[in-house]
Design a protein around this ligand. Structure first.
Ligand SMILES: OC[C@H]1O[C@H](O[C@H]2O[C@H](CO)[C@@H](O)[C@H](O)[C@H]2O)[C@H](O)[C@@H](O)[C@@H]1O
Length: 576
């Protein structure tokens, strides 16, 4: 099980309160039953459980439930395929029908000033094709959703949205940051602002940004990057009104991540107390979008309280965006040992530190000195906490920190070096993304060397981890957001070596995206970094195309690094 500290590797026991639960809607619960019957009826081949919880009703719920119960079944719970198909057709509208295609108001086939540094005609032509994908991914919530919300699991949103693509038919929180980075390169400022307006609406309605805009995602958030979205849009457009509108929502979001179950206290070896944050979903049942799968995993556990805790870990891992990875397992070969609620993650705390610093900058812009003062203090405290709890001088990396099983937000853990997770993950390098770290030349040099020898850099980009686990947030998969944060951080630093490394990684990533696009006709959700042009795999659903954040990162890289006229694109062009 890697280097997971022994003291931390006890299974979940005890009967303590494991935290709040946000109830879901009766429609979601019913659709989980439909999902189960669909699996029994159609079998495992090509089965995607999410499809069933994305359906909307044609008649009211009680009529549909009655018809469902009248379906003749055999002993295994299956229905005859024709009967089930007829029932589905009569009572449900297709998944995604309630999110209708919407032409983005600010899309033009070739925007003025588009990617000025891209000189190679072949690369330019491809970049324009990627830019045109925004049209395929643009949607608005159909009026039927606000007219009869109880017929839908899709949540109403005030503005148009950009979806990741394929099975991800709704807006996602952290994906939106890289979608926005791409939209900024595409000069689609209106579309970018509409996404932010929707996320602010979610904070106003629920108190935090949901994982995604679906009724089954209300029990958790996702990596908090709203402040980064707002600040980047402001820096391009100077839109002061957006900052004014976003600030109160960001203060609320900051509170969400710094209170209750998300908050953990750690005392360092000099006796100083620090507060850091963790992922912690408000849910202890199977995730409705993967209910049939979650139940199979949980069947290996013996008692109800173990199962409940396992379900909470599954949903909390989904909150991290890294669903799933050995990063969160006590025993890397046993999926049921997921224990993210016992981990303080480096990247989450970096996102919150960035949120605090962005709030300071934005409060300065609007002249709110009280907020400036208080958030400067919060940022300083979190920076000290990050230095004390995560930084590992010997490794030149920031390492996730294991806390004791079942830690409440009032307790204070004593820091122990042996509780740092020494395994290499791309997230160990995410701090370099923020200016506070990438402006420190000593840190950059240490981190650059450490990254170079980490084994994470493959022919086609940065691997998520070094463990080949069949989980999608592990080796050999590379994900656009991780490439982007590390490349942008290295690129912003004052070190020439770090800048060259950033450019080299960006080129590997662009080449692999390009070749895969030419071979498959699509942009992919994840790629295999071992081999240029290969797409990623593993995980609980088949690889998806579209794809919001991959498009965004390619456009952002091309905007930053450009592409010389005489440089070939393709796998042979990779500098190894
Ligand atoms: O359906 C399973 C899970 O799917 C989502 O996670 C993955 O896709 C998201 C959208 O691109 C992405 O944000 C996340 O990082 C991916 O791992 C969803 O977010 C999960 O909650 C869901 O259980």
């Amino acid at each position: 099980s890697g280097t997971v500290p022994k003291a931390m590797s006890k299974p979940a026991t005890g009967n303590f309160d494991r935290g709040p639960v946000i109830p879901t809607t009766p429609l979601v619960t019913f659709l989980e039953h439909v999902q189960e019957t669909a699996l029994a009826t159609f079998g495992q081949k090509d089965f995607d459980p999410k499809l069933y919880v994305d359906l909307s009703l044609k008649s009211n719920l009680s009529t549909t439930v009655t018809a469902f119960h009248k379906l003749p079944r055999n002993a295994t719970g299956s229905v005859s395929i024709p009967d089930f198909k007829e029932f589905m057709h009569e009572y449900f509208d297709g998944a995604g029908n309630d999110l209708v295609y919407a032409e983005p108001p600010d899309f033009v086939p070739e925007p003025d000033g588009f990617l000025p540094k891209v000189k190679n005609p072949q690369v330019r032509a491809w970049a324009l094709e990627v830019h045109a994908l925004w049209k395929n991914l643009s949607r608005r919530v159909s009026c039927s959703v606000s007219e009869r919300p109880e017929f839908h699991t899709l949540l109403p949103l005030p503005g148009p949205v950009v979806i990741p693509g394929s099975r991800f038919r709704e807006v996602y929180y952290w994906d939106s940051y890289w979608v926005i980075r791409g939209l900024l390169a595409s000069k689609m400022y209106k579309t970018a602002k509409a996404i932010v307006t929707n996320l602010i609406y979610l904070i106003d309605t629920y108190g935090y940004v949901l994982n995604g805009a679906r009724a089954y995602y209300t029990n958790r958030s996702q990596p908090p990057l709203l402040s980064a979205m707002v600040y980047d849009i402001y820096n391009r457009t100077g839109d002061l009104d957006l900052v004014k509108k976003a600030l109160p929502a960001l203060l609320k979001e900051h509170q969400f991540w710094n209170s209750g179950i998300h908050k953990v206290n750690v005392q360092d070896n000099r006796g100083r107390n620090h507060t850091l944050s963790r992922y912690y979903a408000m849910w202890n049942k199977p995730r409705p979008e993967s209910s049939t799968t979650d139940k199979v995993h949980a069947s290996k556990l013996l008692n109800a309280s173990e199962k409940e805790q396992f379900y909470r870990e599954l949903a909390s891992v989904a909150e991290s965006g890294w669903d799933f990875s050995t990063r969160w397992m006590r025993n890397t070969s046993d999926f049921t040992t997921l224990a993210i609620t016992s981990i303080l993650p480096v990247d989450l705390n970096i996102f919150i530190l960035k949120m605090e610093l962005d709030i300071v900058s934005m409060a300065q812009i609007v002249g709110d000195n009280k907020t400036v003062e208080s958030f400067l203090k919060s940022a300083q405290a979190r920076k000290e906490a990050i230095d004390s709890v995560f930084w590992n001088e010997e490794n030149g990396q920031w390492l996730d920190y294991w806390i004791s099983n079942g830690t409440g937000s009032q307790e204070c853990q004593r820091w122990k070096a042996s509780n740092q997770n020494n395994n290499a993950f791309a997230s160990n390098f995410v701090p370099i993304w923020i200016d506070l770290f990438n402006s420190d030349t000593c840190i950059v040099e240490k981190v650059r060397k450490s990254f170079q020898s980490s084994g994470l850099l493959g022919a086609a980009g940065i691997a998520t981890s070094l463990t080949r686990s069949e989980e999608q947030w592990d080796f050999p998969n590379g994900w656009a957001p991780l490439q982007h944060m590390i490349v942008e951080g290295l690129g912003k630093s004052g070190s020439q070596e770090a800048k060259s490394m950033a450019q080299d990684i960006a080129m590997r990533w662009i080449n692999t995206n390009y070749v895969a696009y030419k071979e498959t006709g699509a942009m992919h959700e994840k790629y295999n970094v071992e081999k240029c042009g290969d797409i990623g795999g593993g995980g609980e659903y088949i690889p998806q195309t579209g794809f919001g954040w991959s498009n965004g990162v390619v456009l952002a890289f091309l905007e930053e690094f450009g592409w010389p006229a005489d440089l070939k694109i393709g796998c042979n062009g990779v500098l190894l």
